[in-house]
Design a protein around this ligand. Sequence first.
Ligand SMILES: C[S@@+](CC[C@H](N)C(=O)[O-])C[C@H]1O[C@@H](n2cnc3c(N)ncnc32)[C@H](O)[C@@H]1O
Length: 269
Amino acid sequence: MSGGDAADFAAFERRGWAARSTTYGEGFGAMTAGVHPALLDAVGAAPGTRLLEVGCGTGRLAALALERGAEVTATDAVPEMVRAAAAALPGARVEQAALPGLPYPDGRFDAVVGAFVINHVPDPPAAAADLHRVLAPGGRLALSCWDALAANRAQGLVFDAVRAVGGPAPTGLPGAPFTRYASPEGLGALLGAAGFTGVRVERARWRHRVEPAAWWRHVLGGTVLTAALIEGRPAEEVARIRAEYLRLAAPYTADGLPVAALVATGARG
Ligand SMILES: C[S@@+](CC[C@H](N)C(=O)[O-])C[C@H]1O[C@@H](n2cnc3c(N)ncnc32)[C@H](O)[C@@H]1O
């Protein structure tokens, strides 16, 4: 990806997240929360841990880290999200900071966590190097991203419905720079190349109980590229995609939608 493409992708993402700062937290954010305890466990978040969260969204993970007694700095690239998180975390340190380009000195933190943010950055290798740089020697990193759509049915159902209805994809959507790293091997290699040691990538699975019609709204109000893939189509086509999605989602109403993520951990040696 060229520098210009990366800048376009970053601007597209920021516009999309800014527009979702009031809808994200109670919708899509209630689902991503399923992986938050595992990320904090992986970095050993405890009283006094100097913990940086990147891509904090509306602040759920930071709230959990504060409950564990960590000294939390919660950050997001988008001012609207920073404001939403600050409102949810009275008295906490919440700052605007984007990956790559964190405004912190080398070795400033004992732990860094990022839930579903590495898949939104314009330059994943530069972002991984930045995360390594701000960790103190021995400090730990835990990041999550999505597993394959075949396992991650919460989002896979939506893509299946788009495919079933067909029609040309909306034009002008940027490619996602993280795509080539979105596997256990790719994510592990990304962190290894940034200098992390003891890198492991594990699968996390949980269920998200939600009424299918509500989940449709949560996907549109809590994703950027996925939502753009749907909203950029003619209204009649969107209605057909929604109907197909509701048909596919119906069997999951009782037990919840299967969610699948990758959790990568590593340390600064
Ligand atoms: C899918 S949301 C995840 C929010 C939260 N971590 C969670 O678990 O629900 C992605 C978040 O990353 C932020 N973000 C997008 N690009 C970013 C970047 N380059 N650096 C930091 N944050 C970014 C967005 O504003 C958004 O709040």
